[in-house]
Design a protein around this ligand. Structure first.
Ligand SMILES: [Zn+2]
Length: 255
């Protein structure tokens, strides 16, 4: 995850600054073909700059999310946080039972033409990493009912307006929201994994075996050293022990 911050301090939602008790994360996508985050934020050198004056850092916008995922200036995908996580956003309006704005952090993924698998793979991974980060931060189980949902799922649960995102996009590349939640859960587990000392020794053994099998990087010089009786020439890229170093120094000193 590449996480930067550019708060939309002039947005009416930021100004309202109502507190949010985070109970979930809602995933949105913008519904417009423009993958650059600087479409929505004023931007800077790293994020790219909005030159059209249509970013959301101004009064009268009537919507605001906690973050945007999309392309930065150099074309690489990243996340720009636009509201403090614990300030209530304006991202999903309301449904028959209430509003997810009162419960969920909401972020937008900048859409492209929805036909590029390379861009999709990057935003999917970035969105999963951001969601995993938020779930950890706020003690959420991504697999718990209603914790991690998209806008359309929010509508189905009666807490959001009737928008299709992200179910008009993810399935085009074979991904469901269940897949997404599973990916988030996997990422969270991965981060908790610790290497035991026994495993570390196994890795070390494996690493040294790999080194032993590497060919010499300086074959002529090694052959020369071997001819001079300084080394047996075996395992040229392996780590050297104090004992081996002493034997080699001894051979050199004797000459
Ligand atoms: Zn939405």
């Amino acid at each position: 995850m590449r996480l930067r911050q550019q708060y939309l301090t002039r947005n009416d939602c930021f100004q309202a600054a109502r507190p949010l008790q985070v109970q979930g994360v809602m995933v949105h996508s913008t519904g417009a073909d423009n993958p650059r985050v600087c479409r929505y934020v004023p931007g800077d050198e790293e994020l790219g700059r909005n030159t059209a004056g249509n970013h959301w850092d101004q009064p009268g916008i009537t919507k605001c999310v906690h973050a945007f995922i999309g392309k930065f200036a150099g074309g690489e995908v990243g996340t720009v946080q636009t509201l403090p996580w614990e300030v209530r956003g304006w991202h999903c309006a309301r449904g028959q039972k209430g509003s997810g704005n009162n419960t969920h952090i909401g972020f937008e993924i900048c859409e492209d033409s929805l036909s590029d698998p390379a861009y999709f793979a990057k935003i999917y991974q970035e969105a999963a990493e951001l969601t995993a980060y938020l779930c950890k931060e706020f003690g959420l189980d991504p697999l718990a009912d209603g914790a991690v949902i998209c806008h359309q799922e929010g509508y189905q649960r009666g807490i959001a307006s009737n928008h299709g995102d992200v179910l008009h996009w993810f399935p085009k590349f074979g991904k469901t929201m269940d897949d997404f939640r599973g990916q988030v859960s996997q990422l969270m587990k991965g981060e908790d994994e610790e290497v035991t000392y026994e495993q570390w020794k196994e890795f070390m053994e494996q690493y040294r075996k790999e080194l032993r099998e590497l060919p010499a990087g300086m074959p002529e010089l090694l052959a020369d050293a071997k001819a001079m009786g300084l080394t047996d020439g075996f395992r040229p890229r392996d780590l050297v022990t104090r004992e081996e170093a002493a034997v080699m120094a001894r051979a050199a000193a004797k000459q």
